[in-house]
Design a protein around this ligand. Structure first.
Ligand SMILES: Cc1ncc(COP(=O)(O)O)c(C=O)c1O
Length: 374
């Protein structure tokens, strides 16, 4: 059996006719500049997240970049985040000229540990970027409480957490701004690059709309320097078709996660969904000290796996070249050597999940046998 980490072909086959019809209509209309598909998808996504507005941009990285700019974050400012994330979270902070400050993560959720926040505050702190990694929201209440007390912004990196909930509220609506990626492998994925900013703050909305389009309003009247970061009309047409299916796909992912939880051996650390969370399992990440051996074993069984992410940002060459401070983040540094992402997509079958669990059991059984023989 061959099971990739992600398989997007099955989902496309189910939606193919509708998607091709929408793309065809967009091309026939040739309204390719912030047209009706972008507007429809923006309002649909804002409603889905529970925010006043949503601003379509070119990618999740662009969403983070523009959200920071719209919040007025720039040189001399500090932004607190985590090192255990995709590179773009930190890249966006560096791009606006601000300084990323790292705190460690909670070993259960792999998300920001809010108990370490206050110590990281300085007079230059202007924002916090919690990352809802793998599809589980960060513990937002203590983060929001501190942000309010210090009058600083909270920008959610929800790039992996479309539809995830914290105490019944959807990500993207929890902080001042939410940033989403529609990279093609995400729970809601385009067939190219796309992203979204969500907010209920009218001034942030206005700034993001201006900044994504060269700071112009109306056309050729530029009130500020911006960028070209508009959501593409064709991608919006595709995402508009997919959005109504998102909740069903999330339910499938949650069922698959349950099947994994029940089928994997006890010696494997499984994702821990907190009582306040609705995890949407963008990734199903396990932990074992034998990560590299298990990965190689699963490869021989035809099972694709991933590592999200093997090197934290504070240990990347770019961080060193940027002149970033030295950090000791013991939890982050420990888990990155142990995490392994197993195949996860809504169309994964029961037989496939069983096969994966059995293959992991074979591996852990052999490990136990080796230990006994020693
Ligand atoms: C946590 C996180 N932040 C930011 C991004 C950047 O999104 P994009 O690839 O759309 O630029 C991603 C996407 O991979 C991500 O997973």
């Amino acid at each position: 059996m061959r099971i990739p980490l992600v398989d997007l072909k099955k989902q496309y086959q189910g939606l193919k006719d509708e998607i091709l019809a929408e793309i065809g209509e967009a091309l026939e209309g040739m309204q390719l500049f912030l047209g009706k598909n972008v507007q429809a998808f923006e309002s649909g996504f804002a409603k889905y997240c529970g925010t006043e507005s949503a601003i379509g941009v070119g990618s999740g990285t662009d969403a983070l970049h523009l959200a920071l700019l719209a919040c007025g974050i720039g040189p001399g400012d500090e932004v607190i985040t985590v090192s255990n994330t995709f590179f773009a979270t930190v890249e966006a902070i560096a791009l606006v000229g601000a300084r990323p400050i790292f705190i460690d993560i909670d070993p259960d959720t792999y998300n920001m540990d809010p108990s370490q926040l206050e110590e990281a505050f300085t007079s230059r702190t202007r924002a916090i970027i919690p990352v809802h990694l793998y599809g589980q929201p960060a513990d937002m209440d203590p983060i929001l409480e501190l942000a309010r007390a210090y009058k600083i912004k909270v920008i959610e990196d929800a790039c992996q957490a479309h539809g995830a909930e914290y105490k019944g509220r959807r990500t993207g609506s929890l902080g001042d701004v939410g940033c989403f990626s529609f990279y093609f492998t995400k729970n809601l994925g385009a067939y190219g690059e796309a992203g979204m900013i969500t907010t209920s703050d009218p001034e942030i909305t206005r700034q993001c709309r201006l900044l994504r389009d060269h700071g112009q309003e109306p056309k050729y009247y530029h009130s500020t320097f911006g960028v070209n970061d508009r959501l593409d009309e064709i991608q919006a047409a595709i995402l508009k078709v997919k959005l109504p299916h998102l909740d069903g796909w999330i339910e499938n992912r949650r069922n698959i996660a349950q099947a994994y939880n029940a089928g994997l051996p006890e010696s494997i650390a499984k994702p821990q969904e907190k009582a306040w969370a609705k995890h949407v399992y963008h990734l199903y990440v396990i932990r074992t000290p034998y990560r590299n051996e298990l990965r190689a074993w699963l490869e021989t069984k035809g099972i694709g796996t991933g590592m999200h992410y093997p090197i934290p940002i504070h240990l990347q060459e770019a961080w060193h070249n940027y002149g970033g401070a030295n950090y000791s983040l013991p939890v982050t540094e420990r888990v990155v050597g142990e995490i392994l992402s197993l195949p996860m997509y809504p169309e994964l079958s029961t037989e496939e999940v069983d096969y994966i669990c059995d293959s992991v059991k074979e591996f852990t059984g052999a490990k136990v046998q080796l230990a006994v023989d020693d």
